[in-house]
Design a protein around this ligand. Sequence first.
Ligand code: GDP
Ligand code: ZN
Length: 461
Amino acid sequence: MEFDTIAAISTPPGEGAIAIVRLSGPEAVAIADKVFQSPSTKLLGEQKSHTIHYGHLVESDSKEVVEEVMLSLMRGPKTFTREDVVEINCHGGVVSVNRVLQLVLRNGARLAEPGEFTKRAFLNGRIDLSQAEAVMDLIRAKTDKAMNVALNQMDGKLSRLIGKLRQTLLETLAQVEVNIDYPEYDDVEEMTRPMIIQKGEEVRSAIEQLIQTSLQGKILRDGLSTVIIGRPNVGKSSLLNSLIQENKAIVTDIAGTTRDIIEEYVNVRGVPLKLVDTAGIRETEDLVERIGVERSRQVLQQADLILLVLNHSEALSEEDARLFETVKHMNYLVVVNKTDLPGKLSMEDVQKHAEGKSVITTSLLLEEGIDQLEEAIAGMFFGGEIESTDMSYVSNARHIALLHQAKATIEDAIEAAGHDIPIDMIQIDVTRTWEILGEIIGDTVEESLIDQLFSQFCLGK
Ligand code: GDP
Ligand code: ZN
């Protein structure tokens, strides 16, 4: 495949000590040579690959100096895109970095589309689709754990696993063919069906395991959407603030602040909590009052976790009971706050309403009980154990959907093999499973989907 040479600013927008303009493509080195002057006067084209050069960028005609830069020269195929890559490190700052970008665009590069560098790495065969998606996850990773998941995926762990399953399916299909073509034994059927069932079960249970990791994967990726509810004055804002103070808030540029829901991320023992509508709780004390009954029900329904706060110094009220009723079928924890005050709340009452859910007692005023609360939260979602870093969670919605499809299809094959369904019908199901799994790693995927996936990337990646 022939590509042109693309360029983009690869560092985030805004002020920074340095910024990087990246060039990739067959003309990358030649374009850089048109505008780069180093004290050594040697052309980049004559320099060794994977070297760094100090010098100035100049206008190609007037030789007017544009910027002082460090330039990395990396020839393909040992680069991110497998093409020749030049990275120009210039001064941070919007004006300076844009001048550099404009300069290389004027000299023959084309402005890259979002994700185009990664797309090239994929199209040039350096990474597969799930690895490309991992790059995207890495950019968005909000916690160390999310980062590890993405790194593992980028490293090809998921790809290798999927590859192994597909290999098993192929071998099964081949064996079926052999049995049909060379019926050395009397009954081909008798050999073939149990084999399909056994191999099918193997694949099915591996897929199931992958799916089981997906809930955690989604949480790691998107954050555990958490809503704090409770009557006025029980300590919702105090709880929110102590969660934020204890766990350094995660900086994020998630679009959310433009809607009426505001999200804030904190990292609780490796579980990223997305505290939803915190501003609503802060400003008016009441979720319902701020965004209306319908909307707040929606917010609750979409929550992965609800923290229901009660006041230890007051008896359980009707309103409290109603809140218990609302969250009945949801994932929630009870926080009994203000334990420093004389108790009027019957813990028996609370336990009865909570129906086996955890009840944590806190005095946010005295900063007591927060540790236990955090432990309970982490325990709910990670079985209380700190996961090893080499877990390979499936966290991508597209992958999860495909795994569900693959599971259903292989189950069809297993079911059919156990009944009187003709072998060639079963072969179709097995083949289909192989294809669906291939879509995860981009082996059997349509071009339009690829374009759409890569367009979700940030510019310059
Ligand atoms: P919200 O209306 O549910 O958001 O409650 P706030 O967090 O605004 O707290 C209401 C009042 O209770 C404030 O004056 C807090 O300082 C106080 N408060 C919060 N937690 C505790 C606690 O554990 N003990 C005591 N004694 N007061 C608390
Ligand atoms: Zn409040």
